[in-house]
Ligand binder design. Structure first.
Ligand SMILES: C[S@@+](CC[C@H](N)C(=O)[O-])C[C@H]1O[C@@H](n2cnc3c(N)ncnc32)[C@H](O)[C@@H]1O
Length: 355
């Protein structure tokens, strides 16, 4: 490509990036203010939508114009607006596999801490998860929930018959730990499917554990899961003998993943299962990458995972891009002898068993 063509291509690309960032900010407003949810009930005029959502009409009309231009709503006869095809699944239905409305909350959370990130790059310090604000915990939970609800019990476990049989054995109930459990959705799905299980959900973040307790109670399994605020880098405190330890999308976030894995090894039965679900990143650096999923992982890391995993500059989190070789090295250093990639296909995640 000539320099001029490269400049034109890049300028065109960045213009689209800027437009799409603004669209995502408007999606944040529509999601947070319940505008998509109200429109999902049927076409409305701007005045009707504002009234039903309890909002200022002038703002809502301007928002609707932007939504129509961007193609997220259609304009019907009589100036009524309706959701465009696909919007319900992507922006309203929280259990749809295509649900991505929480990306707007991620943008808002990152926007809020950008000045702190500038400072962090200078000092090497971290930006704690709690500083990303309430949208961060909600977004994290909501982005992963559809997979746990739709796939964990129906698809992932049946792909692992030995583990499935162990969890199904009501005569000898298995003990399960969901480490870095966040808002608890994986534990909740397990508790719903296998009522006899004993499940501990542990996470260092108080807000996440508060969400988890509320979610479990609302799903009718509040009595069957023990959620607790716990920093997993602290030495294991007398808890041992888990049949299954899950580390679902959290190991790469942890300040000292080596300590966590050493604790995990000590807490599992011989022959017990340790399952790590982490980002399905390329095995080696591919640059540039044409794959939007890989671009998402790489860009999320300096904005989200790395700063959250660095309470002090000496902490050494892996960051979002935890390549299989990096996990193998960590696992072997922690005393595991085998790392198997499990036969579960997912566009965002790779599953490993540590033995
Ligand atoms: C990306 S979130 C994933 C949450 C949940 N597993 C899910 O899939 O929705 C990572 C979680 O790891 C937790 N975490 C990070 N470091 C931790 C530590 N040292 N001890 C316990 N939890 C930790 C965070 O608080 C956060 O809830």
């Amino acid at each position: 490509m000539t320099t001029t063509a490269a400049v034109e291509a890049l300028a065109g690309r960045l213009l689209v990036t800027g437009v799409e960032a603004m669209e995502l900010a408007n999606i944040y407003l529509g999601h947070t203010l319940g505008l998509y949810a109200v429109l999902a009930d049927g076409p409305l005029t701007g005045a009707e939508l504002a009234a039903r959502a309890g909002l200022d009409e002038r703002y809502v009309r301007e928002w609707l114009q932007a939504q129509a231009v961007s193609g997220f709503v259609t304009v019907e006869a009589g100036k009524a607006y309706a959701l465009a095809a696909g919007v319900r699944e992507v922006l309203v239905d929280e259990l749809s596999p295509a649900y991505l409305a929480p990306l707007g909350q991620c943008l808002a959370s990152v926007g809020g801490v950008l000045p702190r990130l500038v400072e962090a790059f200078r000092t090497g310090e971290g930006v704690p998860y709690s500083e990303y604000g309430p949208d961060a915990v909600s977004a994290q939970a909501a982005l992963n929930r559809p997979a746990y609800t739709n796939d964990l019990v129906a698809t992932w476990l049946p792909a692992l018959p030995e583990l499935h049989a162990r969890l199904s054995d009501a005569a000898s109930p298995a003990r399960v730990a969901d480490l870095g459990c966040g808002a608890g959705w994986a534990s909740i799905e397990l508790a719903k499917a296998f009522p006899h299980l004993s499940i501990d959900g542990l996470d260092a973040d108080e807000a996440s554990i508060a969400h988890a307790r509320r979610n479990a109670a609302a799903q009718g399994v509040g009595e069957r899961i023990h959620f607790e605020v716990r920093d997993l880098t602290a030495p294991a405190s007398g808890v041992a003998g888990y049949d299954l330890i899950l580390l679902f999308e959290c190991l790469h976030d942890m300040a000292y993943p080596d300590r966590v894995l050493r604790n995990v090894r000590r807490q599992t039965f011989d022959g017990g299962w340790v399952v790590v679900m982490d980002e399905a990143v390329d095995e080696e650096l591919v640059a540039p990458s044409g794959d939007p999923v890989q671009r998402f992982f790489a860009n999320a890391s300096p904005l989200w995972c790395l700063p959250q995993g660095r309470p002090t500059p000496d902490a050494d989190p892996v960051g979002t891009v935890m390549r299989p070789a990096a996990l193998r090295t960590l696992a072997v250093e922690a005393g595991f002898t085998q790392v198997d990639v499990l036969p579960i296909e997912h566009p965002f995640w790779r599953f490993y068993r540590l033995r």
